[in-house]
Design a binder for this molecule. Structure first.
Ligand SMILES: C[S@@+](CC[C@H](N)C(=O)[O-])C[C@H]1O[C@@H](n2cnc3c(N)ncnc32)[C@H](O)[C@@H]1O
Length: 201
């Protein structure tokens, strides 16, 4: 962690409502939930130097690898938070975030644990609050039951879906891949993807 302290935000709650002024020079604030080892984080930051990408991960040992990847490439537009998505309301003010990435989140297959899925209604309420009115969620998973359940969760909670696919890479690789995605793609597993927006009343 210490070697990469430049990209770690020690007290992210202190930046609530002032991310763009505290880390100036960027057009938009993107948030990645559960970044894991950070292949997607590093590649997305590198390809989008005008956006500030904040990656949140609840397992520090994994996040260190993502931080190292970004430090090795000297990326200036990425920051890391060691924390849980449940804490988002204390980290970001309403309407502060332009885009949220949820990539290959844990499926929590038992129905009794459904509320822990990052696409569960309780999380969607949090995302709606911190996202700007025109903000978007970009969601990818290999897990078809989770994807189908998430489509319902978004739609039942008033989100509009676009770019819905159950075989993202049918015609060859599309977009930036995550670590999990690259592994699944190599194994021939189909990848599901959607973009969600919530119209304000
Ligand atoms: C299956 S891995 C996927 C990692 C990466 N997104 C990828 O696609 O390669 C899910 C990651 O999300 C993290 N995670 C799960 N729930 C989380 C939460 N509530 N808040 C923050 N991170 C979470 C896990 O620790 C894990 O690193």
């Amino acid at each position: 962690m210490e070697r990469c302290s430049r990209v770690l935000i020690d007290d992210p709650a202190a930046l609530r409502g002032r991310w763009k002024t505290a880390v100036p020079g960027f057009d938009a604030l993107w948030l990645e939930l559960g970044c894991g080892k950070g292949r997607f984080t590093a590649d997305t930051a590198e390809q989008n130097p005008r956006e500030l990408l904040v990656a949140l991960e609840k397992v520090p040992d994994v996040m260190v690898m993502a931080m190292e990847r970004c430090c090795e490439r000297d990326l200036q537009n990425v920051r890391f938070i060691d924390g849980d998505a449940l804490a988002l309301p204390v980290l970001f003010e309403p309407d502060e975030v332009d885009r949220i990435y949820i990539n290959f989140c844990d499926p929590w297959p038992k129905n009794s644990a459904a509320k822990h899925r990052l696409t569960a209604p309780g999380f969607l309420e949090i995302y709606e609050t911190i996202l700007k009115p025109e903000g978007e969620i970009h969601f990818k998973t290999d897990n078809l039951p989770l994807f189908d359940w998430s489509v319902e969760s978004f739609e039942n909670n008033g989100w509009t879906l676009s770019e819905v696919t159950r075989d993202l890479h049918a015609n060859g690789p599309v977009g930036v891949m995550t670590d999990y995605e690259a592994k699944f793609y190599a194994e021939g597993v189909k990848i599901n993807r959607l973009v969600a927006r919530k119209e304000r009343a």
